[in-house]
Design a protein around this ligand. Structure first.
Ligand SMILES: Cc1cc2nc3c(=O)[nH]c(=O)nc-3n(C[C@H](O)[C@H](O)[C@H](O)COP(=O)(O)O)c2cc1C
Ligand SMILES: CC(C)CC(=O)C(=O)O
Length: 363
């Protein structure tokens, strides 16, 4: 990990309200998965290939919903205005300037229309994606989809790993349940079932099903990604239900504390999908080396969550820009060291488990 990214949580902690720091940093239960997401990357190594590189590498990838100049997108995280007054506006500008995508959450503290406008102010061709939880009241879901389309989003990301809220001990200890006065989940304003100007709660429901997803898909022509898939059988179902892509994720260790590390779940999902749709990985990505390992295991790109929040808290838009720049630079360097010319040169035969000899291949 770059020393700068490694030091970011402490920089952020120094400026954040401790309650908000813990909201961002924390995980579910004993925070086993939170730690494992990063630790699992440390258990993997990449075998370099020699004498096949080139001096200029092409880091770009093409995904349903846009082309990324580097295979790193910004995973959806809630409430960026807890980190910095510019909130999602700063994150969107930094992502667009770096040539990548911000997946802006339904729980953003800036409405999606303004987020897209901010991204386009930094790069006219910027793509912003919109993440949502399918709401048990399908009129609310339909309204959110329409808002994302009207705003000009290029893809939807439906999060499926949250049938109930994860139990976050740090938040419970602080009694953190509400945003401070003046901040709100702006996309949830003025929705069916709320009084004019009122903000509806984001609801989780264990009864949200594949049928909800089918109906959601009928509402839109945008590509729909499914986020929070860990079981290969669910990946197959996602393809059968017309998903344009899959995000392998355990929600950054914030939902089930019994889940495997995200990178350990990745190869089986990639195999099950068998190239029919792209697979993105998020959880524990902290360096360009982690990006390279995930791509070698079959991810088309990775998402980063907390490092972006730390960069935003520490330095606003330039902080997010620097996180992306460091990841790009490190990834490019590792790719060169592996004799890679572009991401497609990172293949699974390069990945080995540390401490078990080169014949113990992963995946
Ligand atoms: C503070 C915080 C808020 C999050 N909010 C959302 C959200 O609203 N929707 C969602 O799908 N995922 C959410 N996530 C999960 C991220 O999209 C992503 O899966 C996770 O952060 C990746 O792990 P990383 O933080 O180790 O990079 C959140 C994560 C954090 C840390
Ligand atoms: C508003 C919340 C549901 C956001 C979230 O997904 C999280 O905090 O992990």
């Amino acid at each position: 990990m770059s020393t700068w990214i490694a030091g970011l949580p402490e920089q952020a902690r120094a400026v954040l309200d401790p309650v908000h720091y813990d909201y961002y940093a924390g995980g579910v239960g004993d925070e086993v998965v939170l730690g494992e997401n990063e630790a699992a990357f440390r258990r993997l190594a990449l075998l370099p290939r020699v004498l096949r590189g080139r001096s200029e590498r092409d880091l770009s990838v093409e995904l349903p919903g846009g082309r990324l100049d580097l295979p790193v997108l910004i995973a959806p995280t809630a409430f960026h205005r807890l980190a910095h007054p510019d909130g999602e506006l700063a994150t969107a500008r930094a992502a667009a300037a770096a040539g990548t995508v911000l997946v802006s959450g339904v729980a953003a503290t800036v409405a999606i229309g303004e987020v897209v406008a901010a991204a386009r102010s930094a790069a006219a061709d910027a793509s912003v994606w919109f993440q949502l939880y399918p709401q048990p009241d399908e009129d609310v879901t339909a309204c959110l989809v329409e808002r994302a389309e009207r705003a000009g989003c290029a893809a939807l990301v439906v999060t499926a790993d949250s049938p109930v809220f994860g139990r976050h001990r740090r938040d419970a200890e602080h009694g953190f349940h509400d945003l401070p006065a003046g901040l709100a989940a702006e996309n949830m304003r003025d929705l069916p079932g709320a009084p004019p100007g009122g903000v509806r709660d984001i609801e989780m429901s264990p009864s949200v099903s594949w049928a909800h997803l089918d109906r959601l898909r009928e509402l839109t022509s945008l590509p729909v990604w499914l986020k929070g898939v860990l079981h290969p059988a669910d990946a197959v179902l996602a393809v059968e239900h017309g998903m344009a892509g899959i995000v392998v994720s355990n929600h950054g260790g914030r939902q089930s504390d019994l889940a495997p590390a995200a990178v350990e779940a990745l190869p089986a999902v990639v195999d099950a999908v068998a190239g029919r749709v792209p697979v993105v990985l998020d959880g524990g990505v902290r360096s360009g080396g982690d990006v390279a390992v995930a791509l070698a295991l079959g991810a088309a790109a990775v998402g980063v969550g907390r490092p972006v929040l730390w960069g935003l808290a520490a330095a606003g838009e330039p902080g997010v820009a620097r996180v992306l720049d460091v990841l790009r630079d490190e990834f490019d360097h590792v790719l060169a060291l592996c004799g890679g010319r572009d991401p497609a040169d990172l293949t699974r035969d390069l990945v080995v488990a540390r401490g078990t000899g080169v014949f113990a291949r992963c995946g």
